[in-house]
Design a protein around this ligand. Structure first.
Ligand code: SF4
Length: 800
């Protein structure tokens, strides 16, 4: 299948645009010199790694990670266990940022004082577009209401040589897949669904802005080597089952915690039969089980997708790399766990509400709804988002729409469609897909995140219990329309579409019929769709697109208005140590007061809500004010109330309890550093660094958890908050609000003493004193960040 000739050296030499042969579609060929991975170097580095590892067989994930090691000898020569134990210092090749998270990342990057980014970087304006009544007006309105943010991002991009994708260009992950992703590369994105790019056989990892700043400043980016779970796919999807159903099914098996600290690596004959964009859907939702990322061995469909998107030079170079074995696992490679899935046995699955791992096969969904006592009514159907807006997805649903139209049916409930990119939108329009959807009642929204991130100005169902069905990836409470009573169920675009015609939750298009106005029954036939357009993709409005690899323009002034309520330059956080802080405990933390013990699920959405607060992403003072509202769903384990914390040191005139951030603000005003005690998987969900920044801003120095979600734990470390794990989870209940906690052994850890362990001395409000053991995942470098007060403080100290 793959050419064995090395052709990457000639990639830049060809004309910028020329016709090339492609499997499915006529296409153009772009200059790919800046986006083709340096396979020769990567493969050479992997050879050094193999020697260090005694030539043991490697998984694909290991090959990609280890070939991007900054210094293989330093990371791997210890001889101990690597996966799940060692910290890897990595050099990612690319960074992509969305408009909401890019603000804080850029503010941090600016503080580092560099003149350009160390790696290719792009910004994508997608999260700030609000869906109201359709693409054109929504885009205009959202540009006007976010003008100062877009001006800031655009001017910073110009100054530092970053590719700037304007509002309307599409959703970050779809654009990355269409333009930047390449097999075997390692890239970072400041968004949890960055793994979407894994559909092209690479490792794309969602991080906080501070991690992105590492790559952008050329600082080795550190990752605890993930374990690797092998997902062995046999059989073939058929009928109504789609790649979405594979990942919905797997989410049910693994749960939202099952992928934490792990990469999901798919292998086996069931990989090659799926389209590249289908694999991207599967990789996208690996984030829902907490996986570091997901990947697949290189396939013919990936080759075809690269060709169809103008990247034949990348496809040829990948063919070469694949011929050396670089783009698949070695025979005999060992996984930490293997999960078997027979695709032939999969049926459509619906997940939710309120959690993406509550998976119910379609055939049982009707009875599930009945058992729960929910109304058998669907209030809206939404398709698209970065998860499911490929050409294949859209042509599949268009087939259903055609069948329905021919029978005289229109959708019974609002049916909203978000194309993933301008390229998809334009290709859909050219090929009649858009018209077909509109004919049956669809409203086509702007190429942006829209309702998926809460940017949905929904006027019906306010405060009412109702059910929506989406082809998105997340379904935490309130995520889409801000209504806590909206039950969001996740399904494939085809199931969402078919059910939008029935308006009922119990409708099963595989077995049930709809009644036509004539009284006759109508049954959908399963749609096939088309993975790539026969006529090739059309780029649409290229005004939205950046010029490739722009040079920095250092004379550009970055636009932040002095009275801006949405952007402010960052003030560095003070270190917890040193005389000027008043901490008399040397390298131990000052005594910390426990603000609260948080019970159960506490996602980054709970800590720092999206929706309306997205507009303060670049203004830490203001967004922290809004923390007042955003921890509204965090439950206090002492009393079970939501967003209530107790102030045991209140002054006269102050209330005994307040909101969580209300009490945090009191602590800050008193100069009282504090800690939180939290439950399992604290900080799951979006890679939202504000969920770490905001508590730190109010004086949080340490969080003690039963367990942490990976990205959030790293984000806490970046901002100078110490994450500790209970060695014995039962100790969680022994610490309560108002107790004082002191670290013992932290100084030994910071000073690098062998076998240093951190204990906590707890002084209860009753006067009782006891110690409890903890665990940590702090590496040597992370301890340096902590000592400096934040990673950024440390980076800046190294620059000066
Ligand atoms: Fe945008 Fe939703 Fe995708 Fe996030 S998950 S990038 S909000 S479309």
């Amino acid at each position: 299948m793959f050419s064995t000739t090395l052709r990457s050296s000639s990639l830049a030499a060809g004309p910028t645009l020329r016709r090339c042969l492609a499997t499915h579609a006529p296409s153009y060929e772009k200059d790919c010199s800046s986006i083709t991975p340096p396979y020769t170097q990567l493969i050479e580095k992997l050879e050094r790694v193999r020697e260090l590892l005694n030539n043991r067989p490697l998984t694909l994930a290991e090959k990609i990670l280890y070939s991007h090691l900054n210094d293989p000898e330093k990371s791997l020569s210890g001889g101990g266990k690597i996966r799940g134990e060692s910290y890897l210092q990595l050099t990612p090749q690319r960074v992509a940022m969305q408009d909401a998270s890019a603000q804080m990342a850029l503010l941090q990057f600016m503080s580092a004082g560099l003149s350009r980014c160390a790696v290719s970087t792009s910004i994508h304006c997608d999260h700030l577009i609000q869906a109201v009544d359709g693409a054109e007006s929504d885009l205009k309105r959202s540009i006007a209401s976010n003008q100062e943010v877009f001006d800031f991002l655009e001017s910073a991009a110009r100054k530092y040589g970053i590719e700037f994708w304007k509002p309307g260009s599409g959703i970050i992950h779809q654009i990355v897949l269409e333009n930047y992703a390449a097999p075997g590369m390692l890239m970072l994105g400041t968004d949890s669904h960055t793994p979407n790019a894994g559909g092209l056989g690479l490792l794309a990892i969602g991080v906080g802005g501070a991690d992105a700043v590492d790559a952008m400043t050329g600082t080795p980016w550190e990752l605890k080597a993930p374990q690797v779970v092998g997902i062995h796919l046999t059989g073939k999807l058929s009928g109504w089952a789609t790649p979405k159903d594979l990942i919905l099914h797997l989410a049910g098996k693994l749960t939202v915690r099952g992928g934490t600290g792990r990469i999901l690596e798919y292998f086996g004959p069931g990989v090659a039969s799926q389209s590249c964009t289908g694999l991207a859907t599967v990789a996208n939702m690996g984030a829902e089980v907490g996986a570091t990322t997901s990947t697949f061995p290189y396939t013919e469909n990936m080759h075809a997708y690269l060709n169809a998107t103008g990247r034949a030079p990348v496809a040829r170079a990948a063919d070469m790399a694949a011929s050396t074995g670089f783009l698949s696992a070695d025979e005999g490679a060992e996984y930490d766990e293997v999960i078997e899935i027979n695709l032939s046995e999969l049926e459509p699955t619906i997940n939710g509400p309120f959690t993406p791992d509550l998976a119910t096969p379609l055939s049982k969904f009707g009875s599930f709804v009945k058992e729960q006592g929910w109304k058998d009514e669907l209030s809206a159907g939404l398709i698209g988002s970065c998860t499911n807006s490929s050409y294949e997805d859209m042509t599949r649903v268009a087939e259903l729409a055609k069948q329905a139209k021919a029978a005289g049916l229109v959708t019974k409930v609002p049916f909203l469609c978000t194309p993933g990119s301008e390229q998809i939108r334009a290709t859909m329009e050219r090929d009649g897909v858009t018209n077909t959807l509109q004919d049956v009642g669809a409203v086509v929204l702007a190429n942006a995140c829209g309702p998926c991130i809460g940017q949905w100005k929904r006027d019906d169902m306010k405060g009412e219990e109702n059910a929506i069905l989406t082809s998105f990836n997340r379904n935490f409470k309130s995520r889409n329309d801000g209504n806590q009573l909206t039950m969001n169920f996740l399904a494939s675009p085809t199931i969402v579409t078919a059910m939008a015609f029935s308006g009922s939750l119990s409708f099963n298009p595989m077995t049930d019929t709809l009644t036509l106005p004539s009284g006759k029954p109508f049954k959908f036939a399963p749609p096939a769709g088309q993975d790539l357009p026969t006529e090739g993709f059309t780029q649409g409005n290229t005004d939205y697109y950046p010029s490739p690899t722009p040079e920095p323009q250092p004379e550009t002034e970055v636009i932040i208005s002095a009275d801006s309520q949405r952007l402010e330059l960052l003030e560095p956080f003070q270190s917890h140590f040193g005389k000027e802080t008043g901490n008399e405990r040397g390298l131990e933390l000052p005594p910390l007061k426990v603000l609260m013990r948080v019970r159960g699920k506490c996602t980054t959405d709970h800590i720092s809500a999206a929706g309306p607060w997205l507009k303060y992403k670049g203004h830490l003072t203001n967004i922290s004010e809004n923390l007042r509202m955003s921890m509204r769903t965090a439950v206090n384990d002492e009393g079970g109330d939501v967003n209530v914390a107790f102030d045991h040191d209140r002054d006269a005139g102050e209330t005994e309890s307040d909101t969580i951030p209300g009490v945090a603000k009191r602590f800050k005003a008193r100069g009282q550093p504090w800690t939180l005690v939290v439950d399992d998987n604290y900080g799951e969900g979006s890679a939202r660094e504000h969920a770490a920044l905001q508590p730190r801003f109010y004086g949080c120095a340490m969080i003690v958890a039963r367990s942490f979600a990976r990205i959030h734990e790293t984000n806490l470390k970046k901002q100078g908050v110490l994450p500790l794990w209970f060695a014995d989870k039962a100790d969680y209940s022994r610490i309560g609000s108002g107790d004082m906690v002191e670290t013992i052994g932290l100084a030994d850890l910071i000073e690098g003493r062998q076998n240093a362990a951190v204990k906590l001395k707890v002084t209860k409000r009753t006067g009782e004193v006891f110690e409890i053991p903890t665990k940590h995942t702090m590496s040597e470098d992370q301890l340096k960040w902590f000592l400096a007060g934040s990673a950024l403080n440390f980076i800046r100290s190294q620059m000066s």
